[in-house]
Design a protein around this ligand. Structure first.
Ligand SMILES: [Mn+2]
Length: 306
């Protein structure tokens, strides 16, 4: 028996914030890999709302340190409205990205929902990168490297004030897991802001189990847990289908344990699956792996453990 509300799939087929083209094909690759069928297999009601629409990617160089800011804003407004409407309706939204800039829209929606309902928010950011760049310190101008900074109030007003109030997210509400690539300027900023980061060195030293226990500490019956799953979190040996591969990520068993421990809380209320890039994948293996891990996130486990 599951206790989840109906799960709603929302596709956002864009690579507007990325440094490589192709994440726009992510939603369809996840559907082809059977995400709806897998979730139904968990006993969940699944509704696929199809894809959101937004501007095409003009593929231009940065302006004032941002690439495609206007288009990024348009996509994130669409995501914000769609995710917020689902939360209001009592469903569990799963954003099928799309690149990671879209988490600004989804998490702004989740944060507003939590504020209005008086719920605590915990964001788990599974990623190889801290995504805490600004237009001043970014090496590339790609906005998929900036969503956490914007959510915490560092960025252009169009993005930091997507949902009106800024910051949408307090640094104390987010835990980053799997981090192993942080740009030099970004390192200082995440340190100054006091972001709680479980990087790969820490995970190597204490193990996934203890790291996840710490990252989930304080999650209780009043907590809305949002998981922002950047597929580049995974080791590229098992997940080649991403634009920004960084070696030294969690292997298959470690990633499963991460998902299973999140599932054990019973508090998952929303999810992003982002940065899947079929142009870099091999026979859709990374999409299939993402689906496999999402099954674990919704409670699939090897044995009964209660
Ligand atoms: Mn990311």
């Amino acid at each position: 028996m599951n206790t989840f509300p109906p799960v709603v799939l929302i596709g956002a087929p864009t690579d507007i914030g990325a440094g490589h083209r192709g994440a726009s094909m992510g939603p369809e690759a996840l559907r082809v890999a059977g995400i709806a069928h897998a979730l139904k297999g968990r006993g969940l009601d699944v509704i696929d709302r199809g894809n959101l629409a937004g501007p095409v990617n003009p593929w231009l160089p940065p302006r004032d340190g941002y690439r495609h800011l206007e288009e990024v804003v348009a996509w994130n407004r669409a995501v914000l409205d769609a995710v917020y409407a689902e939360l209001e309706a009592g469903t569990l939204p799963i954003l099928l990205g799309g690149d990671h800039c879209l988490a600004m829209g989804s998490i702004t929606a989740v944060a507003r929902h939590c504020r209005e309902r008086g719920k605590k928010l915990r964001v788990l950011w599974l990623d190889a990168h801290a995504d805490f760049n600004t237009n001043v310190i970014t090496p590339s101008g790609n906005v998929h490297g900036m969503p956490v900074a914007c959510l915490c109030g560092y960025g252009p007003a169009e993005l930091t004030h997507l949902g009106g109030a800024s910051p949408a997210l307090q640094p104390g509400e987010i835990r980053q897991i799997g981090i192993r690539s942080v740009d030099p300027g970004e390192k200082k900023l995440v340190h100054d802001v006091g972001l709680d980061i479980y990087d790969m060195r820490y995970i190597d030293e204490i193990g996934v189990s203890r790291a996840m226990k710490e990252a989930l500490e304080g999650v209780d019956a009043d907590t809305h847990l949002h998981v922002s799953f950047d597929v580049d979190f995974l080791d590229p040996a098992i997940a080649p289908g991403v634009g920004t591969r960084v070696k030294g990520g969690p292997n298959y068993r470690e990633a499963q344990l991460v998902m299973e421990m999140i599932a054990d809380t019973g508090r998952v209320g929303s999810l992003d699956i982002v940065e899947l890039n079929p142009a870099f994948d091999k026979r859709n293996q990374t999409a299939k792996l993402a689906v496999d891990l999402v099954e674990s996130l919704f409670g699939k486990s090897t044995l009964m453990r209660d």
